[in-house]
Design a protein around this ligand. Structure first.
Ligand SMILES: Cc1ncc(COP(=O)(O)O)c(C=O)c1O
Length: 360
């Protein structure tokens, strides 16, 4: 028997999978670093979350599976947002829910239209489903550009609103125009991970009762400060949610995560405080950075994008200066052909440290 080259005997992944970029982890940050690089919530979660999780663990029921389809959370989310519980599905983070939902509606031979300057992970989610990503530029008439890209092979239009990394947002009237312009058999997936920080925090959910082809994705990672628990959810017409529930795990959330999520959802005052603090910090930082010569798009998220403007505003140099002073930010080497810096809005103390380190 001849020895075969073991490399050549490896199973080959499905088409497209090798093109999905892996996330490059940033270098380990010192404990005292100020993390403004991953759009986490620097204000923290409601104190009720840790209490509820501790109570849950103390019950010692980890030998039993958690509730099927995270049903208690679906009901709680539906109650908070005035939806039917059959119109809600929860899974361990939108990072999981988005590709699963895509897989249910698009596959090999199908096209998924998205904004090429939107959330970078979308490209990989579409390839995970086996579908073909069709990236369109976000031009002045963004909705017109999306609609013009729709072909007979299009199954899904996937957009982040507010968009990451700019924080720009398509207003309600434009979302309504997009929905009206799409044939009813094409699914509109609206990723609203940051919408709680926006002027219109209900946005996509207003379409849920009436539209049979809109799925709205939300997360508890951002405004609720539960990124470490991994909780994402989606809302849509009952038949769409029923379909998504076919492709999710039977037990999508661990017991302590479920307990924490319910507690976070119940603390509306904490949410309001975080959102108000973040919005105030965002507006103040935007004004100050523009005055210092940076170009900063109007953001509706918990982050802002700094693009070069006046002489001396160099995203690469600013990133190096900030990092050296322990303020971590996200340098995007090629945003619309140039470098840009995405900065998460932190607490007032974080933002003071940011401006001192930036020297602006
Ligand atoms: C636009 C967008 N969608 C989804 C996610 C991921 O959400 P989750 O933490 O629920 O997986 C992020 C995280 O940064 C995001 O920016």
């Amino acid at each position: 028997m001849t020895q075969q080259d073991p490399i050549r005997r490896l199973p080959a992944p499905r088409a497209g999978i090798a093109d999905i970029p892996r996330f490059t982890p940033p270098p380990p940050a010192p404990a005292e670093a100020i993390l403004l690089n991953t759009n986490e919530n620097r204000f923290g979660a409601s104190p009720a979350v840790a209490e509820a999780m501790a109570r849950d663990l103390a019950e010692g029921r980890m030998n039993y599976y958690p509730p099927i389809e995270a049903e208690p959370l679906n009901r709680a989310l539906a109650a908070v947002h005035g939806l039917d519980p059959d119109c809600v599905v929860s899974v361990g983070g939108c990072e999981l829910l988005l590709p699963l939902a895509l897989t249910a509606y698009a596959g090999p031979g199908d096209e998924v239209v998205w904004f090429g300057d939107g959330f970078r992970k979308f490209h990989g989610y579409i390839l995970t489903a086996g579908a073909t990503p069709v990236a369109v530029p976000r031009e002045a008439d963004a909705v017109g550009t999306l609609l013009a890209a729709v072909t007979a092979r299009t199954r899904v239009v996937l957009i982040d609103n507010p968009g990451n990394p700019t924080g720009r947002m398509l207003p309600a009237a434009e979302i309504a125009r997009l929905r009206a312009g799409l044939p009813p058999e094409i699914l509109l997936m609206l990723d609203e991970a940051y919408v709680e920080f926006a002027d219109t925090p209900r946005l996509g959910l207003d379409h849920v009762p009436g539209a049979g082809n809109v799925l709205v994705f939300r997360t508890l990672s951002k405004a609720y400060g539960l990124a470490g628990l991994r909780i994402g959810w989606a809302a849509g017409a009952a038949p769409l949610i029923e379909t998504v529930k076919r492709v999710i795990p039977t037990f999508p959330l661990a017991r302590p995560a479920l307990a924490g999520a319910l507690a976070a959802l119940a603390d509306r005052e904490h949410l309001a405080r975080v959102v108000a603090g973040c919005r105030a910090g965002r507006e103040a930082a935007t004004v100050r950075l523009r005055a210092a010569g940076w170009q900063v798009p109007d953001s509706q998220g918990n982050f802002i994008l700094l693009c070069a403007g006046a002489p001396g505003t160099d995203p690469g140099a600013a990133a190096a200066r900030l990092t050296a002073r322990g303020v971590l930010v996200r340098l995007i080497p090629d945003f619309a052909g140039a470098a840009a810096l995405r900065v998460t809005i932190g607490t007032p103390e974080d933002m003071d440290a940011f401006f001192v380190a930036l020297g602006a």
